[in-house]
Design a binder for this molecule. Structure first.
Ligand SMILES: [Zn+2]
Length: 421
């Protein structure tokens, strides 16, 4: 009796485990593992379904929780060393701000606080001016904040069809969620700048926390895409000389704007879809009036959702007509070396307008389809899709391990019950 039960149990265990492994195998073949595979998806729902990408997923424990305010992680000696090396140069007499600005902040705006006065000419010596416009005549520094957005393929396809390059200001948490989408930007010759880890009002953060927001955004872009940005845009434009000095110490050029489409601010009340259309139209009218004939412009627009991307596509032809040149901001600055890594370069402005829109850009190649990830999941619980994608991929790995152990045990029991009874 006992041997029969044991044999039946062993066979059941074997069948169950094999079936389970089969299901897992099917699920993993549906995973997206390369930038080109991901870029080929046209269904937005499929684009936005989470996937596991082990090179990033396995490292999430070395980053702050996705979409949570960053701070230097314990045991992160590299971040700590960098902070120690620059903290002495960060002014300690510039106060941490409140949002909205407190009523007792001096009207003279001693800290060149953009949120207070739109100041972009630092008052602290040694800081470069913020970039607020494309310096070249009749030129639009073309770019988009808040990406990568998971459903951006149609928008990027459109840009590709126009042979149009832009500057993308990526949020570190979004890069962690959508690393293959981030890779597509570089692969297609766009410029990538940092837009912080979790998109806070930076002036409300302590200097060390503000450093961490920039540091981990840069590190995540480096991890996912392979390059380290040398430009950044403050979320909400919220920057003062204290934050500028931290960015400057990290080698980041501060890129602002003078015109705002308000495409990310639609609230159905004071700002509607029509407001955004009016803003685009006014901006185009301003260009047509010759306002940018000697110095170009930068307008704030977003890769945030279907509406912001659709508006960008909709107004693209008019922008092309009203400006002589639409170029990434770095190109307008003749910044041919946009990243810390020197194996990638942007064309000069002259090259770009002559038709050479990329010089040394290549699609990121990666061969990560093998399920060789190690379960290092120490990402704290967050509701974010990326960490759930990462943890689901790690969970899949664990399930495979358990399945294999079950099959081995099942076989062992079967053999044992055969010989023992
Ligand atoms: Zn933003």
């Amino acid at each position: 009796m006992l041997p029969t039960i044991l044999r039946c149990l062993s066979v059941a265990l074997l069948i169950f485990s094999s079936l389970q492994l089969q299901v897992i195998a099917q699920a993993s073949t549906a995973n997206r593992t390369t930038e080109t595979e991901e870029a080929a998806i046209t269904d937005p729902d499929q684009e936005c379904s989470p996937y596991g990408y082990p090179p990033v997923g396995n490292q999430l424990g070395s980053f702050p929780p996705i979409w949570e305010a960053a701070s230097i992680l314990q045991n992160d000696s590299a971040a700590q060393a960098k902070w120690n090396s620059i903290s002495g140069s960060i002014p300690s007499n510039i106060s941490v701000k409140t949002e909205p600005p407190a009523s007792d902040y001096p009207s003279s705006d001693p800290d060149c606080w953009w949120t207070y006065s739109l100041c972009t000419t630092p008052k602290l010596s040694g800081l470069p001016l913020d970039v607020t416009a494309a310096p070249e005549p009749s030129t639009l520094g073309y770019g988009f904040d808040d990406g990568p957005n998971c459903s951006h393929n149609a928008f990027y396809d459109f840009l590709q069809s126009q042979n149009q390059k832009a500057t993308f200001y990526f949020i570190g948490s979004n890069v962690a969620d959508w690393p293959l989408e981030a890779q597509r930007a570089l692969a297609e010759g766009h410029e990538i700048c940092a837009h912080t880890w979790s998109h806070p009002y930076m002036t409300t953060f302590s200097s060390e926390a503000a450093f961490a927001e920039l540091w981990y955004c840069m590190q995540m872009i480096k991890l996912a895409v392979g390059v380290t940005p040398t430009c950044w845009r403050p979320p909400y434009g919220d920057v003062d000389d204290r934050i500028r000095s931290i960015a400057h110490a990290l080698g980041l050029q501060t890129i602002m704007w003078e015109y705002d489409s308000e495409d990310a601010d639609v609230n159905g009340n004071s700002i509607t879809d029509q407001t955004v259309e009016n803003n685009y139209n006014n901006f185009i009218q301003t260009a047509n009036n010759g306002t940018f004939n000697s110095t170009g412009a930068i307008i704030l627009s977003h890769e945030l959702n279907n509406f912001t991307m659709s508006e960008a596509v909709k107004f693209y032809p008019q922008l092309k007509t009203s400006f002589q040149h639409l170029v990434p901001v770095g190109v307008s600055l003749n910044k041919t070396q946009p990243y810390v890594e020197t194996n990638y370069s942007l064309p000069t402005f002259a090259q770009y307008v002559s038709g050479i829109v990329t010089t040394n850009g290549t699609r990121v190649s990666n061969s990560t389809s093998s399920g060789s990830s190690t379960p290092t999941s120490s990402n704290p619980g967050t509701s974010s899709t990326a960490s759930s994608a990462a943890s689901s991929s790690n969970a899949a790995d664990r399930a495979v391990d358990i399945g294999v152990v079950r099959i081995l045990l099942g076989m062992l029991f079967l053999i044992a019950s055969w010989y023992m009874f």
